[in-house]
Design a protein around this ligand. Structure first.
Ligand code: ZN
Length: 140
């Protein structure tokens, strides 16, 4: 395990805008506030969702599209730089009316309502290609 100590005093609460994209709003917020590194948690609901599943054998993301209203039962993610721009790495557990869930890497979702808590760090984190996983990870 690689690690680095970070410091942060900036905390935010946010209400995501109805009808706009869940992840893009987080990235726009990070860009506007000059945030290069953060962790966040969130909850709410989306009108649809594009999830990705990373197949460890194929080393490919496979998409799953859900065109239905879903609760964002839990969302957790972080912000770091990817190709010099803030990227919100976002995971979510989404639930249906019967309580069943779908989950994964949230690429996009149209917000019905959403609330976030964000803790920003002073240090920058920049993603770089990682050979064994073929993912863009933190070179700590
Ligand atoms: Zn992911």
């Amino acid at each position: 395990m690689d690690y680095r100590e970070v410091e942060g005093t900036r905390e935010f609460v946010a209400r995501l805008a109805h009808g706009e994209d869940w992840r893009a709003q987080i990235e726009d917020f990070a860009r506007a506030e000059g945030i290069d590194a953060a962790f966040f948690v969130g909850l709410g609901a989306v009108q649809d969702a594009d999830l990705l599943y990373y197949d460890q054998t194929d080393q490919e993301y496979y998409p799953m599209e859900f065109d239905e209203p879903l609760e964002v039962a839990a969302c957790i993610g972080n912000v770091s730089l990817l190709d010099g721009e803030p990227f919100a790495h976002t995971h979510a557990v989404l639930s249906r009316a019967d309580g069943s869930t779908v989950a994964g890497h949230l690429d996009a979702g149209t917000v019905f309502a959403g609330e976030l808590y964000v803790r920003a760090f002073e240090q920058s984190l920049e993603r770089a290609h990682d050979e064994p996983t073929d993912l863009d990870l933190w070179p700590l």
